[in-house]
Design a binder for this molecule. Structure first.
Ligand code: NAG
Ligand code: NAG
Ligand code: NAG
Ligand code: NAG
Ligand code: NAG
Ligand code: NAG
Length: 573
């Protein structure tokens, strides 16, 4: 996933990824009241109010509608080795994606490993490839369609992506096992390699669960699709084309639900916290360039383009975005649940929550790096350049400001914040301002805010703008209840906590984006959630990325139940 983070902004895996926190679990009997009412229909009116869920402890186990191989998946050692082998084989194929990987039509050579992966998947899942329709979208996107018997039911979509972030060549020696070895150490139950955690595990898990159901004779009424993008770690254009293809075939609002990478199930002292991600922050890259006249550096003006840009940068950093804790932010729900059940032990936060003083809570959260960006827009000055020669004045200087837009904000409000500072510097140094959208001159649209002066101008290029994602339904949603009930049943198996396990389900917010950003038109029910057990040291995107065999098996077990549960229990149109 491209910098996904359900809770806690500094590490991809939030609380469970950082360190094991001591949990004090206090379970009030009242908290266990059942909230799982499967008879309740999805309220089709807009739920854009947000993610106010019922108590996170209030979900009951959903007895699986089909469970033929469930025990086999969970407990058979040969089976476990067979799926670990399948994952290891996929990890061995280095489907790295770079920010500037040329498209397949520009340079097919850059995509040979994706072709290899396609052939590998077909060799590993022959039954699925025979039984499902398999489409290659725009070169290397993969879309599988397992046709249900009732075509009027909205299809279910499972997503993941085939690409992985590159391995930095200078770090290869630092890996315990080579990054594309897929090495499995059985005494640690760890599979090593790029993609074991992000996110080939989910590629294998989706295909495996579906093929297992096929082999077991399960025939869905509702069509099940699996969508694998090929450049999620870059632009996500591959998944965008798949989404378009699906919309062309089925129309808008035609999908029952989408499950993609994102939240998992964290464990602390035998207590399980599931975090389906129900929304994502927005996005905006602003590339700001100052153009000024050049000349000999022995007679410089008071401020070169670099100096002016520096002045702007200082002002931007001195003016962080405001924090705002709103009742409907899913992250508030996560924090409430974690505080109540001991996964966050923070007296001050606990006190403010009990008073429901959201304003003071915001002030307190603003001091906590791991939490604050769930409630505000972030700005990171990520790339800077300017100047080429010691004796020549720089004719331009550029900075790229990366913004992750808070739930209460928007692309426009973020742009306003940036423009406020640019305008004040344009005033001070008497410069013009032009705003561009789009990456290349071919696609760009330009707006001149202030004509260039003899001193030059600012040019602001807006890249990849994305509004914060709509909130996916939770409270009162049957879709949510089926996900939750299936999760509870999975983690009450004796491989995990057993019958008495505490399993809590809470909506969560991601500070990063997934391929689902292109799927909003297809359904409101988008959950970035795999149901798999989270390993706390996956090292995603860095040296020694790894994952446990147990995590793989748990994900398969969840999905193997989830598909038939949707088929049996969902009552939507
Ligand atoms: C992960 O959890 C294990 C216990 O389950 C603990 O021993 C280990 O220190 C944790 N590692 C990290 C990096 O938090
Ligand atoms: C599968 O379902 C049967 C019948 O409901 C039940 O007896 C059995 O315990 C279930 N097995 C699992 C693993 O859930
Ligand atoms: C497997 O892991 C164990 C425990 O960390 C370690 O002692 C052993 O050397 C590892 N085996 C290999 C082949 O790396
Ligand atoms: C953003 O601002 C522009 C220009 O002011 C306006 O045309 C556009 O409708 C706004 N977009 C939204 C989503 O408010
Ligand atoms: C959840 O939805 C139910 C109706 O489905 C409603 O009665 C209840 O007030 C809602 N809870 C919250 C916290 O919004
Ligand atoms: C969603 O639908 C709207 C209206 O038809 C369209 O303008 C927009 O491009 C679509 N979004 C995506 C991501 O396809």
């Amino acid at each position: 996933m491209s910098d996904y983070s359900p809770i806690g902004g500094s590490k991809p895996h939030g609380l469970f990824g950082r360190r094991r926190l001591l949990a004090t679990v206090v379970l009030g009997a009242g908290a266990l009241l059942s909230a799982l009412i499967l008879a309740v229909h999805i309220v089709n009116s807009s739920n854009d109010k947000g993610s106010i869920c019922s108590d996170c402890a209030g979900f009951k186990s959903l007895s699986p509608a089909f469970n033929k191989s469930l025990d086999h998946i969970l407990y058979n050692k040969d089976y476990k080795m067979s799926v670990i082998d399948k994952l290891a084989g996929a990890v061995k194929i280095p489907t790295e994606i770079f920010d500037f990987t040329p498209s397949p039509s520009e340079n097919p050579e850059a995509w040979v490993h994706f072709q290899e992966l396609h052939e590998y998947l077909e060799s590993q899942f022959p039954f699925l490839y025979e039984k499902a329709q398999v489409e290659k979208i725009d070169g290397f996107g993969l879309l599988f369609t397992w046709q249900g018997s009732k075509p009027d039911l909205k299809p279910l979509i499972l997503m993941a992506h085939q690409d992985v972030v590159p391995v930095e060549p200078s770090t290869i020696d630092m890996w315990t096992h080579p990054p594309f070895s897929g090495f499995y150490n059985s005494s640690e139950d760890l599979i090593y390699g790029r993609g074991t955690a992000d996110i080939k595990q989910l590629v294998i898990s989706h295909l495996e669960a579906v093929e297992r159901l096929m082999l077991d004779g399960f025939n869905p009424q509702r069509t099940v699709m699996i969508s694998f993008g090929c450049d999620e770690e870059a632009s996500g254009s591959c998944a965008a084309k798949i989404a378009q293809h699906i919309e062309n075939r089925y129309g808008p609002n035609s999908i029952y639900a989408i499950l993609d990478e994102g939240g998992q199930v964290g464990e602390m002292d035998g207590v399980y916290f599931a975090e389906p991600v129900t929304s994502e922050k927005g996005y905006l890259d602003a590339e700001i360039t100052v153009f000024t006249p050049g000349g000999h550096s022995s007679v410089p003006p008071d401020h070169t383009s670099i100096g002016i840009l520096g002045d702007l940068i200082v002002d931007l950093e001195k003016d962080p975005y405001d924090i705002l804790v709103e009742e409907n932010n899913p992250a508030l729900e996560t924090i409430k649940c974690f505080v109540k059940f001991g996964a966050i032990r923070d007296q001050e936060i606990a006190k403010l929550l009990s008073k429901n003083d959201l304003k003071k809570l915001g002030t307190a959260l603003d001091d906590r790096l791991a939490l604050k960006y769930l409630f505000k827009t972030s700005q990171a000055l990520d790339i800077v350049s300017g100047g080429i020669k010691a004796n020549a004045l720089p004719e331009s200087a550029t900075v790229l400001v990366n913004n992750r837009i808070g739930m209460h904000s928007s692309v426009n409000k973020t742009l306003e914040h940036i423009m406020k500072h640019v305008q004040s510097k344009a005033e001070l140094y008497d410069l013009g301002i032009k705003v561009l959208t789009g990456r290349s001159s071919k696609e760009e649209a330009a707006e001149v805010i202030k004509p260039a002066t003899k001193n030059g101008r600012f040019v602001i290029r807006l890249l990849d703008p994305l509004e914060p994602a709509p909130f996916s339904p939770t409270n009162g949603s049957q879709v949510w209840d089926i996900i939750s009930g299936t999760t509870v049943n999975t983690y009450k198996q004796k491989l995990f906590g057993g019958e008495d396990a505490k399993v809590y389900i809470t909506p969560a917010l991601s500070t990063g984006n997934t391929d689902t950003k292109s799927f909003w038109n297809l359904t409101r029910n988008i959950y970035r959630y795999s149901g798999s057990l989270q390993y706390n040291a996956t090292n995603e995107h860095t040296v020694d990325e790894k994952n446990t065999g147990l995590s793989l098996v748990s994900g398969i077990a969840f999905m193997y139940q989830y598909i038939p549960n949707v088929d049996a229990y969902a009552t939507d149109a």
